[in-house]
Write a protein that binds this ligand. Structure first.
Ligand code: NAD
Ligand code: MG
Length: 300
């Protein structure tokens, strides 16, 4: 993947490649970014920080790979210390993120675990507060996506796991974090283009993403008077492990992202500035909002 400064002006339609038949690949869930071909760009070399989050204390879920990795790296390069949540099987990816954050001179605290477990969610926030001396940014980026063609084959077990991972963990982590958050703190949840234009094969997943939008709009109003903001990033098709572990049929990966107006998939690095904007004081008057970063698909 090309290495480039995020501020270099260029044609966004050709800034990153289109998918090809080489992109067809399969890994078991949750997958490793380092084993993808091509390896996604999570901003390891391209993100340039300018001190927008100096001294901030962030928790990022799904921080080992994809969009969460890009957000964690960008937060650190902007001056934040970061607690990283991910699954134990993803240690190899997470190690690289820890290393990148430490190279930037910031603290990286790895706390792996299963977000489907309420106790882990509560402990993650408690440990983060202890390790960082507080929490003022929570980016809920972890997510589960498994395509199923027919509702007859969509098991209760999968429906439950998708909701626990995507919706319940967002609820549990927000609930635990808000207790510790001072005015100026920011929560960023992660929805999807799937919230508005659901694919028929992503029934459970798309439904969770609509729930996350609505949850965030309600919570934003509840905590506005405390000076805490709650916003959402809704990515379009982005090249990450999620897509190669059963998020899409393998055959479809050859055209991944071809159907958006820009004609190409996004890279995790292109999502990071949205999380940084919503985390930083620059977005002081923005709450209850969803920032769509999807290559041009019209979205509410
Ligand atoms: P990814 O696979 O890199 O990240 C998902 C992460 O979720 C994993 O790395 C894993 O650490 C975490 N996770 C999953 N189940 C977990 C569990 N039970 N406990 C703890 N952690 C768990 O893929 P990504 O695409 O970067 O996904 C990040 C977010 O972006 C997700 O919420 C996804 O729904 C959203 N999103 C992705 C796309 C896309 O096209 N890639 C589009 C729209 C929205
Ligand atoms: Mg991962």
């Amino acid at each position: 993947m090309s290495e480039q400064d995020q501020y270099k002006v260029q044609d966004p339609t050709t800034q990153y490649p289109k998918a090809t038949s080489e992109w067809k690949q399969k890994q078991p869930e949750p997958g490793l970014q380092k084993e993808m071909n091509p390896v996604p760009d999570a901003g390891e070399s391209s993100y340039r920080g300018t001190g927008r989050l100096a001294g901030r204390k962030a928790v990022v879920t799904g921080a080992d790979s994809g969009i969460g990795r890009a957000a964690a790296i960008a937060f650190a390069l902007e001056g934040a210390d970061v607690v990283l949540s991910y699954l134990p099987e993803e240690e190899a990816d997470a190690k690289e993120v820890v290393q990148r954050i430490e190279e930037a001179g910031r603290k990286a605290i790895a706390i792996p675990g299963d977000l489907k477990d309420e106790k882990y969610c509560e402990q993650l926030i408690e440990d983060a507060v202890k390790e960082l001396g507080g929490i003022d940014i929570l980016a809920n980026v972890a997510g589960k996506q498994q395509f199923v063609e027919d509702i007859a084959d969509l098991t209760t077990e999968q429906f439950d796991a998708t909701f626990k991972t995507n919706v319940y963990s967002t609820f549990w982590l927000c609930k635990a974090a808000i207790k510790h958050m001072k005015p100026g703190s920011s929560i960023i949840n992660t929805s999807s283009i799937q919230a508005y234009t659901p694919a028929p094969i992503l029934l459970d997943y798309a439904t969770t993403k609509a729930a996350i939008n609505t949850f965030s709009k309600a919570l934003a109003q509840q905590v506005a008077s405390k000076g805490i903001r709650v916003n959402v990033v809704a990515p379009g098709p982005v090249w990450t492990p999620l897509q190669v572990v059963g998020g899409q049929p393998t055959e479809k990966l050859a055209e991944f992202g071809a159907d958006v107006p820009m004609g190409r998939p996004g890279q995790p690095a292109e999502m990071a500035p949205a999380y940084v904007f919503l985390a930083s004081q620059e977005s002081s008057y923005v709450t209850g909002e969803t920032l769509n970063a999807n290559g041009g698909v019209p979205s509410p």
